[in-house]
Design a protein around this ligand. Structure first.
Ligand SMILES: *[C@@H]1O[C@H](CO)[C@@H](O)[C@H](O)[C@H]1NC(C)=O
Ligand SMILES: *[C@@H]1O[C@H](CO)[C@@H](O)[C@H](O)[C@H]1NC(C)=O
Ligand SMILES: *[C@@H]1O[C@H](CO)[C@@H](O)[C@H](O)[C@H]1NC(C)=O
Ligand SMILES: *[C@@H]1O[C@H](CO)[C@@H](O)[C@H](O)[C@H]1NC(C)=O
Ligand SMILES: *[C@@H]1O[C@H](CO)[C@@H](O)[C@H](O)[C@H]1NC(C)=O
Ligand SMILES: *[C@@H]1O[C@H](CO)[C@@H](O)[C@H](O)[C@H]1NC(C)=O
Ligand SMILES: *[C@@H]1O[C@H](CO)[C@@H](O)[C@H](O)[C@H]1NC(C)=O
Length: 360
């Protein structure tokens, strides 16, 4: 046994290769999935003995990641890309915990990491397969003229984008989805489609997904309405959608109202304070005193952690009471004219009848 132990000590490297081979072939790797730019722990535990020497090494990049011996960190040979990003749990090394904490994880950090421990006993090796993901966050859907564009960015691994409509209909894809990767290897994705002429009340949904998560954004144009100077209700028509955030905008830019359903707080912009009368449970907004300057597109945006629903309603201002009076006058005149015409017709008919009677 003693001879064996000496051999192991002397021929560390030979055994290292053998160990690696066994570990790789047996696929005993630990899988660790880390979120882009967050911190991540690469696990490693060992049997405690004297003269602990810990070496973390990136097999994929062949870089020294972190070393620890003589009871302290030894970072002279650490590769610079790991500088100030690695640490061991010092207080737990004595209990056999050699796990490595890596902060600010990047896509380039993906790969196989080896934890090599030598003590007075045989070396102990474990491998960790580190993968990185950057989940889909905000999906932006925007309508400009007759096309809608859906895009998102900062995603890893490569996302997929799909369009659908409710109810189902033929989608006119403008061009295929474009995917780009930035210098941090994160993906951005974008896709456009042409609106069908009969697009009113058709819901266009864009879903962007990776193996770890998905987000959906949907857009639709509701039936145009005419507003009045008295009271106008613009609907969000989302009885089926449970949302945590509501945003009303005018002409795609001006914010009217911003409401959080989680803390119940809402903000009404200064310019719209006079007009906003009420907001219903389902997000419908009641406006008052609208003038012709408030004619345009009203956008209701509902969102929760996974989904966003945008509804555009075009509002024409019908001019309110003054036009209503005008309307009444027109109606009265029309009624008088019709009555006169009918009267004339009956009068003529009667006259004609009399004449016919006379001839018989
Ligand atoms: C090592 O310690 C850290 C910090 O307490 C802990 O998160 C990790 O799970 C431990 N790892 C092992 C292998 O015990
Ligand atoms: C590491 O994990 C990723 C994702 O599960 C996998 O695609 C890759 O093949 C693994 N690498 C090795 C060397 O096992
Ligand atoms: C495809 O769509 C993208 C995004 O809207 C646009 O930048 C690009 O010019 C389009 N390409 C063609 C050939 O239409
Ligand atoms: C638009 O809708 C009308 C009635 O709903 C239908 O008659 C017409 O064929 C539709 N046009 C197209 C291009 O789908
Ligand atoms: C409303 O929700 C139900 C159940 O969640 C679902 O089956 C139905 O398709 C939804 N309807 C619409 C129009 O989204
Ligand atoms: C709406 O309010 C939230 C916080 O409640 C804020 O983060 C967001 O930027 C606001 N949006 C707009 C368009 O003002
Ligand atoms: C809002 O947009 C409409 C057209 O969509 C335009 O006629 C109107 O002038 C715009 N109003 C303001 C205040 O920008």
């Amino acid at each position: 046994m003693k001879i064996c132990r000496n051999m192991i000590k002397m021929k560390d490297s030979v055994f290292l290769v053998m160990f690696l081979w066994i570990l790789t072939v047996s696929r005993g790797d630990t899988e660790v999935s880390c979120v882009f730019m967050e911190r991540c722990i690469l696990p490693c535990s060992f049997q405690v003995a004297d003269q602990i020497n810990i070496r973390w090494h990136s097999i994929t990049r062949d870089f020294n990641v972190h070393s620890f011996y003589y009871n302290q960190d030894q970072l002279r040979s650490q590769h610079q890309i790991y500088r100030d990003r690695t640490s061991l749990f010092k207080d737990q090394i004595s209990t056999g915990n050699a796990s490595l904490q890596l902060t600010g994880v990047t896509v380039q950090d993906e790969g196989i990491y080896q934890c090599y421990i030598s003590t007075v006993n045989a070396p102990q090796i474990s491998l960790t397969n580190l993968t990185v993901y950057a989940p889909v966050q905000d999906v932006n859907i925007q309508q400009v003229e007759n096309r809608i564009t859906c895009r998102s960015e900062g995603i890893y691994p490569q996302p997929e984008l799909t369009w659908s409509t409710t109810p189902p209909s033929n989608i006119n894809l403008l061009n295929s989805t474009t995917v780009q990767q930035n210098e941090q290897q994160l993906y951005s994705i974008s896709s456009s489609l042409i609106l069908s002429p009969n697009d009113t009340d058709l819901l266009y949904s864009c879903t962007i997904s990776t193996p770890t998560n998905r987000r959906r954004a949907a857009w639709r144009k509701l039936t145009p309405i005419s507003g009045s100077t008295s009271e106008t209700i613009i609907t969000c028509a989302a009885s089926n959608f449970s949302f945590s955030h509501l945003l009303w905008r005018f002409n795609h830019s001006q914010m009217i109202l911003n409401q959080s359903r989680t803390d119940g707080r809402s903000t009404i912009s200064e310019e719209w304070r006079q007009q906003v009368k009420d907001v219903s449970e389902s997000g419908d907004i009641t406006l008052q005193d609208l003038s012709s300057e408030q004619e345009g597109i009203y956008t209701c945006q509902l969102s929760n952690a996974e989904e966003m629903l945008i509804s555009d309603t075009s509002v024409k201002i019908s001019g309110g009471s003054s036009v209503n009076v005008g309307g009444i006058i027109v109606a009265v005149i029309a009624a008088v004219l019709v009555a006169a015409a009918v009267g004339l017709f009956l009068f003529c008919k009667k006259k004609k009848g009399q004449q016919e009677n006379n001839t018989i």
